[in-house]
Write a protein that binds this ligand. Structure first.
Ligand code: FMN
Length: 164
């Protein structure tokens, strides 16, 4: 099985979780590639919040991206303004040949349950595009020191149920 962990991280927290996913999948014998996506133009805090509220899709250096070479796609993004961050919208719109693939979503927020709406919205979008979302996991920024063990448990549970 070949997996791609593609993520956007503005201040490094989502990157920490992406690395935890890489370690957990690797430990399960999954071949993993990790790709950090970058905006073509940086934006300040307020602009980011407005982008998220209006569902903007900022241009990303690495998109569009063909994911047909992978069996499983993991998409990670921070939460902004109670929603998925705008680069998450760019990601789901810009990954090509993802239909029919297994997908895992993860998001980090500074508020305890801040990630819920963003994860649900992105899941709904992907399901509408024919993607098999097999799991989603939110992370509270203050609990990132325990993210490694939570990710390992989550991966074991999800892979156990996915027939992989
Ligand atoms: C523009 C902006 C808006 C944010 N809005 C929220 C929010 O509504 N709820 C929340 O819990 N965290 C919010 N955050 C905090 C981020 O979700 C949190 O700091 C996260 O860990 C950032 O991930 P990153 O380091 O991968 O960029 C916001 C951050 C930014 C930059």
């Amino acid at each position: 099985m070949k997996a791609l962990v593609a993520y956007y991280s503005r201040t490094g927290h989502t990157a920490q979780v992406a690395e935890a996913f890489q370690r957990a999948l690797d430990a399960k014998g999954v071949s993993v590639e990790v790709l950090r996506l970058h905006r073509r133009q940086e934006a300040g805090f307020l602009a980011c919040g407005f982008e998220a509220r209006r569902g903007a899709k900022p241009a990303m250096v690495e998109l569009p991206m063909d994911v047909s070479g992978y069996d499983m796609i993991l998409l990670g993004f921070p939460t902004w303004a109670g929603r998925a961050s705008s680069p998450a919208n760019s990601m789901v719109a810009g990954i090509q040949n993802v239909d029919g693939k297994q997908c895992i979503l993860f998001s980090v927020s500074a508020g305890k349950d801040g990630f819920i709406k963003g994860l649900n919205d992105i899941e709904a979008y992907l399901k509408g595009a024919g993607v098999d979302v097999i799991g989603k996991q939110g992370f509270f920024e203050r609990d990132l020191d325990t993210a490694g063990s939570r990710v390992a448990e989550f991966v074991a549970r999800v892979l156990g149920h996915s027939g992989s």
